[in-house]
Structure formats: C-alpha cells, structure tokens
Design a protein around this ligand. Sequence first.
Ligand SMILES: O=C1O[C@H](COP(=O)(O)O)[C@@H](O)[C@H](O)[C@H]1O
Length: 254
Amino acid sequence: MTTTERKKIVFPSKNELSEAMAEYTANLSAKFCAEKGLFTVVLSGCDLISWLGKLLQPPYLKSIEWSKWHVFWVDERVCSWDDPNSNYKLATDGFLSKVPILNKNIYAIDKHYAADGHAEHCAALYEECLRNLVKENIIPICPKTGYPQFDLQLQGMGPDGHMASLFPGHPQINEKKKWVTHITDSPKPPPKRITMTLPVINSSSYNLMAICNKEQAHAVAEIMKHNNMSLPSAHLSAQVETVWYLDQAAASML
Ligand SMILES: O=C1O[C@H](COP(=O)(O)O)[C@@H](O)[C@H](O)[C@H]1O
C-alpha cells in the first residue's frame, strides 16, 4: 500500500507542533522497537532539529529505547563535519549528543570525502552503507517498491517547495536507479549536497513533513490547494502514512 493521501494537521504554534512531532516519533519508536527490536529514523536538517528538542524532555528522554535507534540523514551538505552548514553537526549538537544513541548506529556522510568536497563519492558511499545495512537486516527492502524501507522520515520544506536536497527544476527528483544521488549546483547554499532519491523517501513506512513559517505558506498552498507537482514536496508519500504538520503561519494561505 502506498498512501498518496496527505493527512494535514494545523497547530496553533511551533510549540504544539513540536510536542505532537515528539509524541508521533516516540509512538512509532515504541511500535517498531516492540515489533522488530529496532527503529530506523531519517532526519533532515535546518529547523527540524530544534523542534525535536521535545524528545530531550520528560517523558521521552527516559521512555524511548534510544539504544535501538538507527539514525540516517535524508540529505547532507558536502562539507566538513564541523562546518556550521553540516546537517550532521546540527543534529549532533542539538539532539544526538544529548541522548544515548549508540555511535555505531549513527550513519553520517563519509567524513573525509565530505571535507574534501567529493559529492559524487559521498553519495555512492552513503548508498553503499545503506546496501550493507540491507544485507545485515537493519533496513528491509520494501516488497512493493524494491527500495529500502525506513520506519520514519522527518522532512522539512523550503520556501521554494524543495524537500531533502530535491529542488524544483533540478533533475535529481527524477532519479529512479540510485538510492542516493548528489547535486553540485543547489540553489540553496551550500551548492554540493547528497540526497536520498524520491523512491527511497516514498518507500518509508511513515513520512512526517513539518513546516512552521510564513515563508513556506505559498508553497504549502500550491501543494495542498493546487496540487502543483512542479514542487518536489508535492511528491511526498509513504507506505503507511504521510502526515503534514503545519503551524498557523505555514497554513495561512490555505
Ligand atoms: O537545505 C535544506 O532544507 C530543507 C528544508 O529546511 P527548512 O528548515 O526550510 O524546513 C531541509 O529539510 C533539508 O534537510 C536541508 O538540507
């Protein structure tokens, strides 16, 4: 089953949205840890990490089985791990360093090729890492799509409608062969990035898109009201549930 239906929930503010996102993530963590003994969660960058801060508070900090988490990035900037642009650094400083997730279960971009700016190598190595985890039965292959099936992906959207590092008018959105691809001319800096491809994103069991800003309101309306498929985020779907969490500002043009 692939659900193309977009479930939408509008929250009064960022605070309520963050609380709901924490609860959603914690519930899925409990479900998947009970069912299969692990939870694969894919992070994006930018604002999302600060919203995940609620997971660092009670009851989640103690109740979540952090040692069963396996953490990935839907996209990453090709730069050194300690560069302020790095999604890995953002997540590590703001979230991962504050919870007892095992280091070996955190799957970052290759440190050296990233620091040297080799986008294509970084994408190939990240895909190889995913393929190895499939062999080790950490990530299953989705029987319906044939791509790796993560439990939960947490997405964000830019004002131009991009998600991950899939930008409007750029060819990466059409990639079907690779699991991870690269871009060297991203319209949003930095230009070199790697990104999971759309079939991998949409093979996820659950996809949660969280948006909290009026800058994104126009793109939200283009997608929700006009189904404008030229915006990459309009293509987001999932195998079980696709849910869009918006604050009032992001939903202001609906
Ligand atoms: O550049 C990126 O932007 C998107 C959207 O971020 P947002 O803060 O505008 O929601 C993000 O999801 C992605 O991971 C990041 O690399």
